[in-house]
Each structure stands twice: as C-alpha cells, then as structure tokens.
Design a protein around this ligand. Structure first.
Ligand code: AMP
Length: 436
C-alpha cells in the first residue's frame, strides 16, 4: 500500500514522502480513505501507531479541497487532546504535513499566558488544537468561535476521561455545529468511552489496530515452568492457593478453552469458555457473568484479547503462550488497565521455549521464572511440536465490526522529544483544572 493510493492530494503525498514515510501504517491505511469519504470513525489506536497522521492527512485534504474565503478564517477543524505535550505534538504534525498547503493552524492550552493565543486566534485559523479547559476559557471570553467547525477530532479520549475532562468535553460539544464529521481515537474502550462515542458519532466506522509492543508497565509478569500435562492442575492450584477471584485465561484453541473450563468447574472453580464457536449470546452471557463475578474464570481464545474491557481485571493467565508474540502483549494488556496494577502469569511447558524466547525478544525483557513446589517439570520430557489452530485465525475476524489489522506496529522514533519542562507545564495545567 502506498500513500498515493489512499486518495490524498499530491501536496500531502509529497509532504509525507519528505518525512521519509515509505508506506502508511495500518491505522493510516484504514482511517485515511474512510475519513476522506466523510465518515465518522471510532478508532482504537495508541500513540506510536501513526494515528496523528491518520487523521491529520485526510483532514488537511478535505479542508484544502474546499477552501473558504471568510475573513478572518473561521475554525473549521478542532482537535481536542488531553495534554499540553500532545497538543504541541499534534500541531507540529499539522505544520509538517500541511507545509505545501495554505491552511493555518494554532494550538491553545493552559499553563501559559492566554494573550498570545488570543492574538493568534484573532487573525483566524483553520485548524485549532486545544486542551478542553483552555478552549473553554477562550470560548467564555469570546476569543474563539467554534460555530463553523466541520471536523472534530477527540484524540486520546480515554485519557481525557481519566483526567476528568468529560464535563469540559461535553461543554465544548455544545459549542459545535450538529452537522459535522467527528473522529474519536482512544486506546481503550470503557463503557464511558462508548457512551461518549454514542453521543458524538454518527454511524461511525470502527477501526482497531494492535497495541504497540510495550506491555503496560504496571503488569507484573511471571512464568511458571510446568509440564504440558499438568498445566490445568497447576492453574487450579494457583487460583485456589492464591485466592484469585477474577481470572481471564487464554488458551490457544477453542477445544482447549472448553476442556479447561470444564476441568476448572469440576475442581469447584466456576468457569466459562468464550471463543469464536460460541454464539454471540453465549459470549455476551459469559462475559456478563465474568464481569458481575458469577463466574470466577473466563477461559478465552484470542478473540477476547480485543473485545474485553473490564475495569480492574487483576489476573490474566496464558494457559498456553500465543503463536504470535505480539498477541502476548495484547493479552496481558487486558490487566493493569487505566493505571491499575495487574498480574500476568504464563504457564510454560518444554514445547513453548521458542515462543517464550520470541516474546522476551519482542518486549526486550526477561520475564521472571518460577516453579511451584510439587509441579517441577520432568527434565526427561521431550518437546513436541505445537499444533496451530486450524484456518487463518478465523475467529478474530468476527471480533471487529468493520475494519481492523492485527499486524504489530512498528514504533518509529519521534523526530523531537518533548522535554521535562513541558511535562511540568502539563502537570501545572492539570492542577489548575483540578483546582477550578
Ligand atoms: P503517532 O502515533 O501519531 O504519535 O506517531 C508516531 C510516530 O510515527 C511519529 O514520530 C510519526 O512521525 C511516525 N509516523 C507516522 N506515520 C508514519 C509512517 N507512515 N511511516 C513511518 N513513520 C510514521
């Protein structure tokens, strides 16, 4: 896939080529044509996936193809972001990608003097990048008019809500025209995000790309070395002896998930299986039971790695390591969400040493290894080849509504690092907002 095939103007293709981008990232190849088509999108993507160019490029294209002659220029695109450094970064991208166009952008955030921002806004800007609090300050002083906004981007919506900006966001929304194109980006999808999305987006196209390959720092990872035939027994032992109450367990196959759920049930641990062979209603029920703690263990294939969002999920277990190392990152990302602590345990037998090696190489970290007394691996057992699930991972397709890519994301280096001073200003902005 090439940028020039996505429908972008020659000016924009030239700008990205000059940045040294040879091809679009998965979020870009999905988001760009969709946005160019005028559709709303609900995109799951983290920083590092190239999401900024994913919305900036089509936005620049749409605005430049349909110029307005009003003087001063009205704000036609608004990008709401949670932090000052992100605002600066997004504006930098707009300037970089839009250098061949005559569109003007500006950035407003708190923690700095408002007057210079007022002067810039007075001259008119086409694209405004803003943190919600400072934008509302401008709106209340009537130094910004948002009644001509055609495109709204909510970037890092989950962080925005975590930081308590929901009311500010809703107040900003009231200042925008009802008829507009809206794009929402979030790394996670809690109920709150879904509610927000429902109230903002109009028949959105859902786009999901893999998380980048850095497991959440809060996840405590541990490997339990054990023989292949004793894994189920060890899992029951861990759950009961360590009193784990809510455990999401990943197996490689659907049959494996069924078998394990049955075995746990027999051991007196309430469990259900969730995978692509189950009906949607059975899956919904299993998930609901897991969430309300009517069952203690949900045994799932990788289908659950993406669809599940459970607040405070404390334990993820890899009953078998995934065949694709990136899926490990994805699976363990189900715990320690929203800054909370979590634990990811992997039961590893002699067959899986190569998979483990690949995972450790991907995450650039040695995971600590443990052996539970009474479950010492038998050194005479020889490795056996791991059978891959049949078919081209069919169950994953069913997980997503419209488009998705399960390909791992490269995390390219940023051209500029934002310094400590800026981070301090972000903190002061947050404090300021909290004290309001
Ligand atoms: P983002 O996820 O938007 O924060 O982007 C992360 C980094 O990826 C930034 O440094 C971008 O310059 C870079 N980037 C964005 N798109 C591409 C691409 N298609 N090829 C290579 N690097 C990219």
């Amino acid at each position: 896939m090439l940028f020039k095939n996505l429908g972008l103007s020659a000016e924009l293709v030239d700008a990205v080529t000059k940045q040294g981008y040879s091809s679009p990232t998965p979020i870009q190849s999905q988001a760009i044509p969709t946005i160019l088509n005028g559709k709303d999108i609900l995109a799951s993507a983290q920083t590092g996936t190239g999401k900024t160019a994913g919305f900036t490029l089509p936005m620049l294209h749409l605005l430049s193809r349909n110029p307005k002659s009003n003087k001063p220029r009205p704000v036609r695109a608004l990008i709401l972001v949670p932090t000052r450094e992100l605002a600066a970064q997004v504006n930098e991208s707009i300037v970089t990608y839009g250098k061949n166009l005559s569109l003007k952008s500006a950035v407003v955030f708190g923690g700095v003097k408002i007057e210079p921002q007022i002067r810039i806004l007075r001259h008119g800007v086409d694209i405004l990048v803003a943190t919600p609090g400072r934008l509302l300050d401008h709106a209340s002083q009537k130094t910004v008019d948002l009644s001509s906004v055609e495109i709204l981007v909510l970037d890092e919506a989950d962080r925005m809500l975590d930081m308590g900006f929901i009311h500010d966001v809703r107040r900003v929304l009231k200042l925008l025209p009802k008829k507009r194109q809206s794009l929402l980006f979030s790394a996670t999808f809690s109920t709150k995000i879904k509610n927000l999305a429902d109230s903002i987006l109009n028949s959105p196209v859902t786009i999901e790309v893999a998380r980048r390959n850095t497991p959440a720092e809060q996840v405590a990872q541990v490997i339990y070395n054990v023989d292949r035939k004793r894994k189920a027994e060890l899992l029951s032992h861990l759950i009961t002896s360590q009193n784990w109450q809510q455990v999401l367990v990943f197996t490689r196959t659907k049959h494996g998930a069924n078998r394990l759920a049955e075995k746990l049930d027999k051991d007196g641990i309430k469990a259900s299986a969730m995978h692509g062979n189950k009906s949607q209603s059975a899956r919904t029920k299993a998930l609901a039971n897991f969430k309300d703690a009517s069952i203690r263990v949900l045994v799932a294939t990788d289908i659950a790695a993406r669809g599940i969002d459970i607040d405070q999920l404390p334990h993820v277990v890899n009953f078998e390591l995934p065949n694709v190392p990136e899926d490990y990152v994805h699976r363990i990302g189900r715990t320690a969400r929203a800054g909370r602590e979590g634990e990811a345990a992997s039961l590893v037998c002699v067959d899986e040493h190569k998979l483990l090696h690949d995972i450790e190489r991907l995450i650039k970290k040695d995971i600590s290894k443990k052996v539970v007394p009474g479950f010492e691996p038998d050194p005479s057992i020889k490795p056996e080849p791991i059978r891959k699930p049949r078919g081209p991972r069919p169950e994953r397709k069913a997980t997503f509504e419209k488009t998705k890519s399960s390909k791992p994301q490269r995390r390219p280096q940023r051209s500029k690092k934002l310094g400590t001073q800026k981070n301090q200003k972000t903190r002061s902005e947050r404090k300021r907002r909290q004290s309001k």
